[in-house]
Design a protein around this ligand. Sequence first.
Ligand code: CIR
Length: 256
Amino acid sequence: MMPKVAFTRGLSPSINHCELVFAQRRPIDVNRAREQHRAYEALLAEQGWEVRQLPGSADFPDCVFIEDTAVVLDELAVLTRPGAESRRGELPPVAEALGPLRRIARIEPPATLDGGDVLRMDKYLYVGLSPRTNPQGVEQLRRLVEPLGYEVVAVPVHGSLHLKSAVTAIGPKELLMNVAPIGSLVAFADFTVIPVHPGEPHAANALLLDDVVLFSASAPRTCERLSRAGIRTIPIDLSELAKAEGGLTCCSLLLR
Ligand code: CIR
């Protein structure tokens, strides 16, 4: 059987030049960020994932956020066209790594799409219309995946970098959400939604592994809500990467 593979990408020594949309620029301690990233990889490995790290690059400050470069499904990997121009050169090593494992398709100009905007719930792909993903990006993705039986649902996102900054899966039918950037819950009517604690608006980005959720150690009150709902969590500190507006999902591409 194919092992569960998690691709990660090494931290760029130039991460302090990362893109920022909503956060104020604060110095990132590169060594500390690297340690936190290693701890993240170690947790994935402990949970049974074969972690394959692609080398980081000084030319691409945001390359550690590998999630944005591809949408990986069982049948297909879609290489994105990141909304931030400075990130488009991150793709070639990812394409090379995924090539032997999946059929490859690409998002073409003028479309833009970041993987952080694509939330997969079984055969539904919820795609954020965000600062990074435009309507053409949603349409191109739809054309690629509909023949494979997926339904694409566009979700406008306001005041949040990506859809998954505001909502992530914490179970097959359960979502963790910061409701404000999404506004209407209509698209998610079939799911049980656990709202983040109002004092922790950035806590919605959690990473669901088989039966456990990796969760930000800086959001204990939301974590309590998850525990009360019977969800097993493992806390992780990615505070240095959070200064680059990165979360937990964005540091890996999981081939489930
Ligand atoms: C960016 O603005 O593109 C990076 N500084 C952060 C990307 C985070 N990606 C994600 O949440 N999927």
